[in-house]
Design a protein around this ligand. Structure first.
Ligand code: GAL
Length: 446
């Protein structure tokens, strides 16, 4: 009875109230579509952490997020960047968050040793199923697959392959002073060019940063590589034990010479401020990973016209690998979105949106080359034909974290005191102190 009565008609007051509610919903939906201001449902979020805050880095991650948003328009994406190149601030922030059970849905991490403490502590989920579903084993090269797997399981998805051993130059300066880039392939030729520029009035032809220390270690790492892959292999395997090893001594002597031509304010500059000096023509050279290309790109500079790049002296045919990844932390608050993010990160579309801006090449072998600029097209070719691929220490892959962080301190101390013997001894001491952490044996020489 009661139900029947209700069906016949609702009181006017109730109808009026309903009308108000319906109108409010219509207005709200219209406002959302017109102005995009309605908040996304709180539960459907993706929160990611990374350290990409320079001009080129930000543009690149925004492009990747845009691919995600196009696929999953209902998911609200929160990017939480922690400024500081190479993650020198980020890394400890993230470690504390993860240890406190506050892991986001995904965070930036380098392939290789940098992932290991997270894997060992059980903070990451193995994602073998995802790798299988996406068919990634057939598109990512073995060298990269090896760097993201531990104990036979995949724990991360690579988003790129950067090259660390790159010498960037201001082409107009080189042209003006008649310096042929092919003369920069050796350290002797490189220093001769620095001398020439100094004589012409460019007092500090090399730009370098140093605010996070790693910028200095980055240069020393490329000098180490120039001492031969055998030497570098011993270094990453923790096998160097002689502070008088001529290759080690020679490397620091080269760095000592290098420092003569570096801007004296290096210790207060970020890596991208150093690149900006080359962009503005205040310096001719900087040695930096190919994320530098992103800075030239956002500054509107043209490769081959305004600037050029080549393997840093003595490293032709060698590709020093830097691989950025994301993973699925255990206890992520939005596990489904974490997986969706990883799918986009590993996808051809995602990588081909991100990498052309970032300066890296796609970690996939099936990249659409037409989407990449001239620097990266050459890098893709170099990657295919590289004689040796070696993992960067400074960017988390090659050696245990304990050594990598000691290396940054040694580098910044050396830049200030230029004491070759002390630096060589400190390197050997740092290897010995990290001895039990060397769990990987790299076979770089084939
Ligand atoms: C590297 C990272 C690159 C780039 C660079 C400077 O460690 O792999 O993606 O961001 O630091 O921040």
């Amino acid at each position: 009875m009661t139900q029947e009565k209700q069906k016949k008609g609702l009181p006017t007051s109730v109808l009026l109230a309903l009308a108000v509610v319906v109108t409010a919903v219509i207005v709200g939906v219209a406002a959302y579509y017109l102005f995009g201001q309605a908040p996304k449902p709180q539960a459907n979020l993706l929160e990611i952490y990374h350290w990409w805050t320079s001009g080129g880095e930000k543009a690149a991650i925004d492009a990747l997020v845009a691919v995600f948003q196009k696929k999953y328009p209902d998911v609200g994406v929160i990017q939480s960047p922690v400024a500081g190149g190479a993650g020198y601030v980020f890394k400890s922030v993230m470690k504390s968050m993860v240890a406190a059970g506050e892991a986001p849905d995904a965070f930036q991490v380098h392939a290789g040793y940098e992932m290991k403490p997270y894997v060992d502590a059980g903070f990451l989920e193995p994602i073998d199923d995802l790798w299988r579903q996406e068919g990634w084993e057939s598109v990512f090269p073995p060298v990269v697959r090896d760097m993201v797997s531990w104990g036979g399981h995949y724990y991360a998805v690579p988003v790129n392959i950067h090259r660390a051993n790159v010498l960037w130059y201001n082409k107009k300066i080189l042209d003006q002073y008649g310096i042929d880039p092919s003369t920069l392939e050796t350290w002797d030729g490189f220093f001769a060019a620095c001398e020439k520029l100094r004589a012409a009035g460019i007092q500090y032809p090399i730009a370098m940063g140093g605010i996070g220390k790693w910028e200095i270690a980055h240069v020393i790492e490329q000098i180490f590589v120039s001492q031969g892959v055998d030497f570098y292999q011993d270094l990453v395997n923790g096998k160097l034990n002689d502070p008088n090893d001529p290759r080690l001594v020679n490397a620091f002597n080269i760095m000592k010479k290098y420092m003569n031509y570096v801007n004296p304010d290096y210790a207060s500059l970020t890596w991208d401020q150093a690149v900006a000096k080359v962009i503005r023509g205040e310096a001719a050279f900087t040695i930096m990973g190919d994320w530098a290309n992103g800075e030239f790109y956002v500054a509107g500079k043209q490769f081959g016209v305004d600037y050029g790049a080549m393997p840093s002296p003595g490293t032709k045919g060698i590709y020093v690998l830097v691989v950025d990844c994301f993973e699925k932390p255990k206890g992520a608050k939005h596990p489904e979105n974490s997986i969706r993010w990883l799918r986009v990160v590993g996808s051809r579309e995602g990588q081909d949106a991100f990498n052309p801006i970032k300066g890296s090449i796609s970690a996939r072998l099936d990249a659409d080359v037409t989407k990449y600029g001239p620097y990266q097209r050459a890098a893709i070719q170099d990657f295919k034909t590289a004689k040796y691929m070696v993992p960067s220490i400074v960017h988390g892959s090659g050696a245990p974290e304990k050594f990598a962080s000691a290396f940054n301190d040694i580098a910044s101390k050396f830049a200030a005191d230029r004491d070759v013997a002390a630096a060589c001894k400190a390197i050997i001491d740092a290897i010995n102190a990290a001895k039990s952490d060397y769990t990987k044996t790299w076979h770089l020489t084939g």
